[in-house]
Design a protein around this ligand. Sequence first.
Ligand code: NAD
Length: 354
Amino acid sequence: MNFLVTGGAGFIGSAVCRHLAADPQKNVLNLDKLTYAGNLASLRQIENFPNYSFLQADICDDSLILQTLRDREIDIIMHLAAESHVDRSIDGPAAFIETNIIGTFRLLNAALAYWRELPEPRKSRFRFHHVSTDEVFGDLPFDSGIFTEETPYKPSSPYSASKAASDHLVRAWHETYGLPVVLSNCSNNYGPYHFPEKLIPLVILNALDEKPLPIYGTGANVRDWLFVEDHARALELVATRGAIGESYNIGGHSERTNLDVVKQICAILDKKRPRNNGKPYSELITFVTDRPGHDRRYAIDASKIERELGWKPQETFQTGLEKTVQWYLDNEWWWQPIRNKTYAGDRLGTGQTA
Ligand code: NAD
């Protein structure tokens, strides 16, 4: 099987590349523009594998994509390339429209042209897997409701609106042109190699630096967290065994308020790396002005992928978070160069992705 992973130098894409390339039967081509969020250091573990390769390219370049699909005889496209940070989408939505909407449109066009010319049996084997977010569904009340695959779309931020638009385009290319697509919508991911502007790594690294741990509003917003390697396994299943035209919700059954997440990280750090002054890290928690349009709660019903594809998360939030904290303690070589760069914009650096 020949996989093309777009956005494979990002947080989730790199986990997908590492996961797929561990199987020598699978060839993995990582296609990534290398924006600020792309980092080839996340692929160091597999960069010399004979079944892994990297191509720096923009998904908006449809002629290059079409040529690449032909040259590499791609069987499955896993489309993860996106602008993904909600705060950045508020401060500068243009890049989100360009990559998430126009880029997906161009990628679909290249995929359709390629798929149409494929001979059997490669034509029947081909899949376009679009990787999306639960944020397309909008927000839920604090005390009830859960997102299923049938929940109507009601995005709140420029980021989630651009992802919703891309989901609609992918479905339209299936309904209108017959392109064999599968979709997945996942909750918040966390784990190793997560860009340090996002909540969990930001809190770990600020705590180690004795800096404030910023939390939006009162910290009551609820997110459903999934360990990134559990997501990578789910994505492989959806891409290779999902039913054509279907979408699958993916989530970790781990709803937590942002305040609880931060307190849990502090408690793990208190044990693993006690502060010199002997005080708890939670003392560094600081509440900051809330983000505009901040969704209250997301919660995912993942029963379809569990029932139909036999997937289940292997990590609980506690075990996944312990692994994540330990990874950041052990891998300063990866995050220190990123931390040394300053982030632009006022709200950036609060770390709250969703
Ligand atoms: P990320 O920001 O870490 O990585 C995105 C990658 O896409 C980067 O490597 C970047 O260089 C690349 N990219 C951006 N624009 C590109 C372009 N025009 N052409 C080629 N490459 C480009 O994002 P992530 O957190 O890994 O998310 C990956 C996907 O999963 C996104 O589609 C996102 O919407 C979705 N998703 C993310 C989460 C989450 O919690 N992070 C949850 C559900 C779904």
